[in-house]
Design a protein around this ligand. Structure first.
Ligand code: FE2
Length: 195
């Protein structure tokens, strides 16, 4: 059986769900490759910045790595802007959504809020409050988000920086995205009965 033959779930048999479950696990295991493939979509147009978003992501990850950040943080740095092409107005949510099942909730919070924190470095040019991030000063992820933006994110637009290639980070992405997701994946039952 290469694929299920049901036309709606009411017709589905256990063997069909077992097949789908098997294929789904392969699909999940291949997710790191697809995520990295998508990261390449940030290459090309710089949108006026000194470097394109792909270079920026690599440079942010390189700086985090060289500053001694742990592997999870380096992966966060690499992927934090991956949603730029899909959701320019809400890009942080894309990266947060991809990583959330696998990482420390404080790191998810950091990614989700990095744009506001990064804004400390440019919001005043747009008539906005650059200190808006201070509303989160008591949040347990405040310090790491400030460091992420001040030391790595806002600093990573240097075309002359010695940025590491993507290949350097691939094993890290694979290790983080192949962790068991929070809550796990449901497994097919050996003996299933129809309701
Ligand atoms: Fe960024």
């Amino acid at each position: 059986m290469m694929k299920a033959s049901f036309r709606h779930f009411g017709e589905a048999h256990r063997d069909e769900w077992a097949l789908i479950d098997d294929r789904f696990r392969d699909y999940v295991a291949d997710a790191p490759r697809r995520v990295l493939e998508h990261l390449h979509r940030l290459a090309g147009d710089t949108h006026g910045y000194p470097v394109d978003r792909f270079e920026h992501c690599l440079q942010t990850a390189t700086r985090a790595l060289r500053d001694g950040a742990d592997e999870e943080m380096v992966v966060c740095a690499l992927l934090h802007d991956i949603g730029d092409d899909l959701s320019p107005a809400n890009h942080a949510e894309i990266a947060a959504g991809i990583l959330e099942p696998f990482i420390d909730p404080l790191n998810t919070w950091m990614i989700r809020h990095h744009e506001l924190f990064q804004g400390y470095h440019y919001r005043h040019f747009f008539g906005l409050d650059r200190h808006a991030r201070e509303q989160f000063a008591d949040h347990p992820a405040y310090e790491r988000t400030v460091r992420f933006c001040d030391d790595w994110d806002q600093a990573s637009f240097d075309p002359d920086y010695d940025t590491l290639p993507l290949e350097h980070f691939v094993p890290m992405v694979e290790r983080v995205l192949r962790r068991a997701p929070f809550g796990g994946l449901p497994a097919i039952c050996e003996e299933a009965t129809a309701p």
